[in-house]
Design a protein around this ligand. Sequence first.
Ligand code: 6R9
Length: 690
Amino acid sequence: NYLRHVESMSQLPSGAGKISQLNAVVLGESLASEENDLIFPSKEFSGQALVSSPQQYMEMHKRSVEDPAGFWSDIASEFYWKQKWGDQVFSENLDVRKGPIRIEWFKGGITNICYNCLDKNVEAGLGDKIAMYWEGNEIGVDASLTYSELLQRVCQLSNYLKDIGVKKGDAVVIYLPMLMELPIAMLACARIGAVHSVVFAGFSADSLAQRIVDCKPKVILTCNAVKRGPKTINLKAIVDAALDQSSKDGVSVDVCLTYENSSATTRENTKWQNGRDVWWQDVIPKYPTSCEVEWVDAEDPLFLLYTSGSTGKPKGVLHTTGGYMIYTATTFKYAFDYKPTDVYWCTADCGWITGHSYVTYGPMLNGATVVVFEGAPNYPDSGRCWDIVDKHKISIFYTAPTLVRSLMRDDDKFVTRYSRKSLRVLGSVGEPINPSAWRWFFNVVGDSRCPISDTWWQTETGGFMITPLPGAWPQKPGSATFPFFGVQPVIVDEKGNEIEGECGGYLCVKGSWPGAFRTLFGDHERYETTYFKPFAGYYFSGDGCSRDKDGYYWLTGRVDDVINVSGHRIGTAEVESALVLHPQCAEAAVVGIDHEVKGQGIYAFVTLLEGVPYSEELRKSLVLMVRNQIGAFAAPDRIHWAPGLPKTRSGKIMRRILRKIASRQLEELGDISTLADPSVVDQLIALADV
Ligand code: 6R9
């Protein structure tokens, strides 16, 4: 029915047009609900799109789930394999009741993702095409590399890494800001079969040390400092502290290769440990510009990326080579309707999964021109993004709702004073995009002309799972629309029963897809417990979701103890562990609250040791504790003094009640009679504004 409805609507002469106008014409029903808001791609857009109609999508999706082996091996054949995979394209066990969880794609296939990103493109004649435009923090500071130049830079670093003894399977930690050296470092590791673990350069020394201790790298790649907006951040000092810490914990790193970022600070101002620290620019240019590829099995590890879960210890999500390669390349191509003439900018940092899959690997596997931006998107003012868009004639712009919301608070003239006419497709990731931010992004940034790919996915999934294909379906603001090829989302109830049709519940996935993570580094049991045990037979995402009458998916946020702050995943337990390290803190409980720009903010209830008085100074030092333990992005927005916490008789903290108090929904506290001491609730309410 919906398909027929879409067909009839797309016959209308106006094509795309402003939101709601078409509804008014066709539906003739209530426009109040977002579900009924349909935004069609223009005929012009659909006409040139890779997937140009719902029917085409449905046929492709049908084949992808009925014959995954055929579907994915056809695509994989377009890439370079030193040796083709074995008889089985994939094999899996996703049911804990049937034995250990296991996912394998293209096993026995021998390839290299760096080769497919670089050498293959150069050989295909793209050597002189720009691979990367780099934009520095300050206006006018920029650089670029062609595919040939990028390949040479990568080879030099690969040769160096080999020279200092890094071998296939060794871990390499990368702690770099958005310099070209960050994607270069990732690709150089991939070239020699080393497993990179990029740590976002906003994490504190303690967090960095924790990751180093977990994956035990021989070498760490960093730079001396970086400027973000008006601030200079001395990264090398953070690395020094992390390396001190990790060696106390028994893991010492032999080499710290440090890029001299002269726009931020000087060599003289950088503390140095001879024997361990090496200036990048002193050694790398001396190495040969070509380097043999280390051919690896499709199932050999490509990278580790730590992410937050509902317990204190971050999880090392492990991705392997072949499936991840095919999946990121394919999702990039279709979700952004990629064409070889596009110039693509993803504002994410390579420290997060988005920067792995959609700054580095996905785009480069397609031979795309990628923009890498060092700075802050509102520096020197709110027009910076559109200045960059015009400068490089960017056609695909991929960002996070938090950035959209922060920019929409400023005057539209920061947008409209730039042309933006090169833009063709917009993208959103990291958290649900609220319909008003969606509309502003669509109407103001995209001049009501560019479809928005609202891509739902996770560190664990490797690539897009639910996403619009911009030329296929009409969009609904705030919905990630439909599953990508090969993906079978299911919504289950509390008991794990699949619910059909229009419904809401927990979002799971049936069957595997090539980009799925294979394990948690060093802890396969936690992998099974966290993702495959809650609803046996399915991968559990940790997200809530509903499906509307037309089959569109609407993500509603995390259902576990993970908070999403500006698109960054933060475990409540991590923040709590940091707070209780404070010598005057007895106990802490953290919940998420709505935040106008960040999506969610961090709200911490803190119980102090007996007799310690509340003070503003103490509040600041608690926040500082979290900044030092995790990083500035995890700093609590609010500390609420708590003489006691609402607990059940068995001692379990009732977060439901804390969430209501934090959001001041005091009439909705619900039943508090099961609390060991119901009077703590009144005490908390009394302290709400202290
Ligand atoms: C890619 C990335 C994953 C969590 C995920 C969900 C939220 C991401 C979203 C979205 C609604 C979207 N999320 N994209 N929610 N709509 N388009 O962000 O990975 O850092 O692992 O976070 O982010 O809650 O579970 P990661």
